[in-house]
Design a protein around this ligand. Structure first.
Ligand code: COA
Length: 378
């Protein structure tokens, strides 16, 4: 017990005064990157200065991943999928068939890390090995859960083609392969989003790249980050046909629902990734029947959203056209978020390299809002 201070003694200093806090770290600059630049007002996205539309038109995922990892543009880069180490395959076989694909992928990446030497600092070779491993793991899980045997990688195929081959057992036609590759390019990197920030925090402790990516997958699993394209599929199924589009859109908004695939925290203009994917979807050999419907529903949705929210530009986002591309290449909707994670491996690992190259442990401050210092009762 402390003695009571005399009545005229200066009061004890209280706990320090809180400093300004931005919930969700909105508006806080938490790092520097040369990997990508988002200009939400003008609808621009650049990877190392190159426009996303040009990268989709003229690049491949292999070349884009190499660009992100090294800063060098080499259109001839190749990136086949990799073998699954035996202990990792054992882990995949042990998972329940009803496991969520994101849980399976996160587990596979973690198990993979336990089979590798991943000394600090992370390297391009480590980034490449992990990015090449994960599509094989997701394809294997998708087959195992429906009682089929996993398929070995075909080193003559590039990553996205190889992924589809290992998933279905068939080599996709060039249009289908191209469409998925384009999706991987637009999904490869998007600055300091929540999962990328997670990967950087983990890397900043000098942990390894598998831990960084496993953590990032856990972050992307949340519905606020990685969930929208399968909801676009559900919504288009509810619309049913173009004739019902206007009525459906108005009713949905009247019920207070959000139109999936529209609006964005950063983009106020048309999401450049949506524009690039729409082009690719329109060029697909086996277009899903409802691609035309999606295009027409988009026109209606944009018109009605502009009418309802004249104060706030609500435009098409990347998820809207991700849906027809992913459906069109034959993926089950519950694989969409994990496939998005495969695409984002290039960005996550590139951020791990960038963080490590100029590392400082990420350890922000927090405002304490609990009780003043006090004595335990009794
Ligand atoms: N459909 C209908 N109305 C929408 C909308 C949408 N997709 N997106 C935003 N709005 C409306 C909100 O209802 C809100 O209106 P109010 O002020 O009358 O309540 C206003 O626009 C602002 O919304 P807010 O949630 O503050 O915008 P945000 O910038 O935080 O939201 C998203 C960004 C992406 C969360 C939001 O646009 C959304 O939920 N979109 C649908 C889901 C989706 O496509 N997600 C993938 C993003 S890549």
């Amino acid at each position: 017990m402390t003695d009571s201070p005399p009545a005229d003694a200066p009061t004890e200093p209280t706990l320090p005064v809180a400093r300004p806090y931005s919930p969700g770290l909105e508006g806080v600059v938490a790092g520097e990157t040369s990997l990508s630049y988002i200009d939400g007002a003008a609808g621009r996205l650049l990877y190392r200065g190159y426009r996303i539309g040009d990268l989709v038109e003229r690049g491949t995922y292999a070349a884009v991943a190499h660009l992100l990892w090294t800063g060098e543009w080499d259109a001839g880069q190749r990136l086949p999928t990799a073998e699954i180490p035996r202990p990792v395959m054992d882990v995949l076989r042990a998972l329940p068939s009803e496991a969520k694909p994101m849980d399976a992928l996160r587990t596979a990446v973690s198990a993979w890390g336990s089979t590798q030497e991943l000394p600090w600092p992370p390297t391009v070779e480590q980034a490449r090995a992990l990015t090449a491993f994960s599509p094989s793991a997701l394809a294997a899980f998708a087959r195992l859960r429906s009682g089929k045997d996993p398929i070995d990688p075909d080193p003559s195929l590039d990553l996205t083609t190889g992924f589809l081959y290992q998933l279905t057992g068939e080599r996709p036609d060039p249009g289908t392969a191209r469409a998925l590759d384009a999706y991987f390019i637009v999904g490869a990197e998007h600055s300091f989003n929540a999962s990328t920030f997670t990967a950087r925090v983990i890397t900043s402790t000098r942990s390894d790249v598998a831990s960084a990516v496993a953590g990032a997958i856990g972050t992307m699993k949340g519905p606020l980050h990685g969930g929208a394209p399968s909801e676009v599929v559900d919504q288009l199924a509810q619309v049913g046909s173009v004739e019902h589009a206007e009525e459906w859109v108005r009713d949905a908004l009247a019920r207070g629902e959000r139109l999936m695939g529209f609006g964005h925290r950063v983009y106020r203009a048309y999401d450049p990734r949506a524009a690039a994917l729409r082009k690719v979807a329109e060029g697909m050999e086996h277009k899903p029947d409802w691609l035309q419907m999606a295009i027409e529903v988009e026109d209606v949705a944009l018109r009605v959203l502009a009418e309802k929210h004249p104060e706030r530009p609500l435009r098409t986002n990347v998820e809207y056209y991700a849906a027809p591309v992913l459906m069109g290449v034959g993926l089950a909707p519950d694989l969409f978020p994990a496939t998005f994670s495969l695409a984002r491996h290039a960005g996550w690992t590139a951020h791990a390299l960038e963080q490590a190259a100029n590392n400082r442990l990420i350890r922000p401050d927090v405002n304490y809002v609990g009780p003043e210092e006090r004595d335990l009762p009794g």
